[in-house]
Design a protein around this ligand. Structure first.
Ligand code: PXG
Length: 439
């Protein structure tokens, strides 16, 4: 049954989608609850990706739904430019209770992309207000994903997200990535090999001079490029090099934030403290769009100088700290804390690791990576058809009632943190069946 007309399908230009391929055979999700979606033709689909890495507490959480409805009826919208509303301050205060100590301030945005652009702008402005305006360079990493704003794609390192869009921001450079099949294939958890790859930052410092570099931005675990883990000691080394050269370190935790690894943030999981953290997705359980940047006292205080009537940062969004998003976020946080979801991945990660690595030896599998409640199964690409095998896996899994995510030839898994053991088994069993059935 096709519930949509050709005109309706044509009208929506879908993001990051092969529109013509999709519209020839649409997959529509009509309803969701807990660990499951239901397709438009009434089939139950196990959600192995938390929507798009965001529905960490599972779907259709009554408490969040009710908070949103109540907030709409109480205060549907209020500006936060030179005005305020109580939930903005309450949510900020509650959030900084779970961030790493020292990251005590929050700037609100509406997405991960906006959070990233906000953090990059704060980094540049921070050096300027301190009298180091020569620090203008931003350093990202190959294969990094930092959303789709011009700042984010400039520091990002995924070629298709960059090559169509002109010359991007000037003054950006990139660290090399840390994926290395030769040394690290089938590592369980963090790879042993590769901490020295962080020394690539020293190379960039030698090339550009530290006095020109404002900040380094990395995902503690790269998500979109196919789940690429930091080798043991890598992030510590990056922190150390940044400290030695006065460079800010930004962790983009849009995926790793809110419990994905087994701690509230990756910074706590790895015990490496960045100067800023960007987040979105799990911030509101995906129910209402929102992004946030967490910022150290040192950075915040650097701006709180000069005449009191002067605006300290010329930046913000109409919907920064939108009251409905704050209400959703507060209800989400209540659920996370009451159900101990921000640390639940730690309890399940051994089981998860065993399960995803049981696919080793299954046809087409050339690498398996895991951390917290994230998994990646990398497939050998078909000759002259990169991505085709993984895409067919997605379609076949969906037909068998399982939603996975593909990026290139890697299948990415990141289920809601409420997942139960038997559902972990179902994910792996279905994937195994599909991979054995396809060419
Ligand atoms: N930073 C990181 C690390 C992300 O993963 C963003 C920024 C941008 O967030 P917004 O809210 O602007 O989309 C992201 C988003 C995938 C996938 O398939 C990942 C994301 C988005 C869509 C798909 O891996 N991450």
């Amino acid at each position: 049954m096709d519930p949509l007309s050709r005109q309706a399908l044509d009208a929506f230009w879908m993001p990051f989608t092969a529109n013509r391929q999709f519209k020839a055979n649409p997959r529509l999700l009509a309803r969701a609850d807990g660990m499951y979606y239901w397709s438009h033709d009434g089939r139950r689909i196990l959600d192995a990706v938390a929507g798009l890495w965001c529905v960490n507490a599972g779907h259709n959480r009554r408490e969040i739904n009710d908070a949103v409805a109540r907030q709409l009826a109480t205060l549907d919208y209020a500006p936060t430019f030179q005005m305020g509303h109580p939930l903005a301050f309450e949510f900020a205060e509650r959030l900084v209770e779970i961030t790493p100590a020292g990251l005590d301030h929050v700037f609100f945005a509406n997405s991960g992309s906006e959070a990233v652009d906000t953090a990059l702008k704060i980094a540049l402005a921070y050096h300027r207000v301190r009298g180091e305006a020569s620090r203008q360079r931003l350093i990202g990493r190959e294969k990094g994903y930092h959303g789709v704003g011009f700042g984010g794609i400039s520091v990002g390192g995924i070629v298709n997200n960059r090559k169509f869009f002109g010359s991007l921001l000037p003054g950006v450079d990139h660290l090399r990535h840390t994926l290395d099949h030769e040394h690290n294939a089938f590592s369980r958890g963090l790879p042993e090999w590769g901490a020295h790859l962080a020394d690539d930052l020293e190379r960039l410092v030698a090339l550009h001079d530290a006095s020109t570099i404002a900040a380094v931005i990395v995902e503690p675990v790269q998500g979109s490029a196919g789940v690429i883990l930091p080798p043991k000691g890598y992030l510590e080394r990056l922190r150390d090099i940044c400290d030695r050269h006065g460079i800010l370190l930004i962790f983009d935790e849009v995926i790793t934030g809110f419990g994905r690894l087994g701690a509230p943030f990756g910074a706590q999981f790895f015990d490496v403290m960045p100067d800023m953290i960007t987040s979105a997705k799990g911030l509101t359980n995906g129910a209402i769009p929102m992004g946030a940047v967490f910022i150290t006292k040192q950075i915040y205080d650097a701006f709180m100088q000069g005449p009191e009537n002067a605006i300290e940062l010329f930046h913000g969004y109409t919907y920064s700290a939108h009251p409905v998003a704050c209400a959703a976020g507060l209800a989400t946080l209540d659920i996370y804390l009451r159900e101990e979801l921000l640390t639940r991945a730690r309890l399940l990660s051994d089981e998860w690791e065993r399960a995803v690595h049981s696919l080793r030896g299954v046809p087409h599998v050339i690498d398996i990576r895991n951390i917290g409640l994230i998994g990646a199964i990398e497939l050998e690409p078909r000759p002259n058809a990169p991505g085709a095998r993984a895409y067919e896996t997605l379609v076949k899994c969906y037909e068998r009632g399982l939603l996975v995510r593909v990026t290139g030839d890697t299948i990415a898994l990141s289920p809601p943190l409420i997942i139960e053991r038997d559902q972990i088994e179902t994910i792996v069993a279905t994937l195994g069946e599909v991979l054995r059935a396809i060419d």
